[in-house]
Design a protein around this ligand. Structure first.
Ligand SMILES: NC(=O)c1ccc[n+]([C@@H]2O[C@H](COP(=O)([O-])OP(=O)(O)OC[C@H]3O[C@@H](n4cnc5c(N)ncnc54)[C@H](O)[C@@H]3O)[C@@H](O)[C@H]2O)c1
Length: 381
């Protein structure tokens, strides 16, 4: 049966950065959508952002039915109205475990028994969220990338109890949106794309904490290898709080090596969250910051690639995904020209293992220790 026979109505919970974009994408291909937020002004803001985006797409000739698409999205504040007829719920509320589980347990009694529940969480294990409901077999992760209208990747995450039937239906749903689905076969914190990047985030923090180089010197260095934005500027752009919450969650679920450093915690506590608050690692009050520091000579950009390759190998060892799916997800999710396995092939396993041992010793972090497959001198196939 065609996915559009099974899924007709989609409820998107949260009308923020991700929720409004997800609602727009669903309505563009013909689904009836309800978009819910907790206050009328938040729903209105989400609808305005959708209107602006559709107008731009129409201007560029990418769509010709902006009004019709808009008419398929019903903005609501009442949760029951949002979910009572829905065949699929996509939750995109803040990345806070207690808020998400409250939303799902509220939906349990309001939604149809056959309705599929999904979360757009960036990091939180799906299995833990599913426990807030009585339908763990009909609960999965549907992880879109920002901005959903432009980014082609959606990770479809299997919780411990998600049925194969639901996984296949969700893969078909993602395809019906005109996007690429990558299946995440095992539910681990961060899934594929965010998890692969987790150790390079920890390495950045360790370098700053040890005073080896300043954020500005690191950004200057990373720009010399052709990155359009340094990692700290990018962190400011997406939100320092998002990075902080991810590290905190990884420190509780993967390894204490991910514990956010004090400097990061202080920034979040004092509300210096980056571009959105005007100040983060940089001052954004006058627009995009100008990087004046000289590139650090004490860091090697290749180290970030090496720790990401190592994490990608560990994901294969854990049964999370196949190497080709990890490469595909990283390329599509981060707009990168190469995936970690493609890069590894051009580097040589011996060199990777040697550098991982050095990094692990230098920073005292187990998370940089080489994966078993690498230690055996191989790359996973
Ligand atoms: N921003 C990104 O780059 C990105 C990318 C992928 C995934 N995500 C994930 O998507 C989710 C949403 O992130 P975002 O960036 O859109 O956040 P956001 O803060 O922009 O939006 C969240 C929205 O949820 C609303 N909300 C709060 N409680 C609610 C409730 N009980 N019911 C309905 N709405 C409620 C808030 O008012 C807000 O409008 C998070 O889990 C995040 O980790 C974010």
């Amino acid at each position: 049966m065609d996915v559009k026979e099974k899924i007709k109505k989609v409820a998107v919970l949260g009308a923020g950065d991700m929720g409004h974009g997800i609602a727009e994408v669903c309505a563009m291909v013909g689904y009836e959508v309800t978009m819910r937020d907790i206050k009328q002004e938040f729903v209105d803001r989400g609808m305005n952002r959708i209107k602006e985006s559709l107008a731009k797409l129409q201007e560029k000739g990418k769509i010709s039915n902006a009004e019709e698409v808009l008419s398929r999205i019903k903005p609501v504040v009442d949760l029951e109205e949002a979910v009572k007829d829905a065949d699929l719920i996509i939750e995109a509320v803040p990345e806070i475990f207690e808020i998400k589980t409250q939303v799902f347990s509220d939906c349990e009694s309001l939604a149809k028994p056959e309705c599929i529940f999904t979360s757009n969480t960036s990091t939180i294990k799906i299995t833990e969220l599913a426990k807030a409901t009585k339908r763990e077999d009909k609960f999965a992760g549907l992880h879109f990338f920002n901005p959903p209208v432009l980014m082609r990747l959606v990770e479809v995450i299997k919780g411990e109890k998600t049925s194969e039937e639901v996984m296949q239906l969700l893969v078909d749903f993602v395809k019906s949106l005109g996007k690429e689905a990558v299946r995440v076969e095992k539910d681990v914190p961060g899934f594929i794309v965010n998890r692969v990047q987790a150790p390079s985030g920890a390495l950045l923090m360790a370098i700053v904490e040890k005073g080896i180089a300043s954020p500005e010197e690191i950004d200057a260095k990373m720009k010399t290898i052709g990155l359009p934005m340094g990692p700290f500027e990018l962190m400011d752009y997406t939100g320092v709080d998002i990075f902080y919450h991810a590290m905190k969650y990884y420190s509780e679920t993967i390894s204490k090596d991910y514990a956010p450093p004090k400097i990061l915690e202080d920034m979040v506590k004092s509300g210096n969250l980056g571009k959105k608050t005007g100040k983060g690692w940089y001052d954004w009050s006058k627009g995009r910051p100008e990087i004046k520091a000289s590139p650090s000579e004490k860091i090697n950009p290749l180290d970030f690639t090496i720790v990401e390759i190592n994490e990608a190998v560990k994901l294969v060892e854990m049964g999370v995904a196949k190497p080709e799916d990890i490469d595909k997800a990283v390329k599509l999710g981060l707009n990168r020209p190469f995936g970690p396995f493609e890069l590894a092939k051009s580097m040589g396993v011996e060199q990777i293992v040697k550098r991982l041992e050095e990094l692990s010793a230098e920073f005292g972090k187990e998370i940089f220790k080489p994966a078993e497959t690498l230690k055996a001198g191989k790359l996973p196939v």
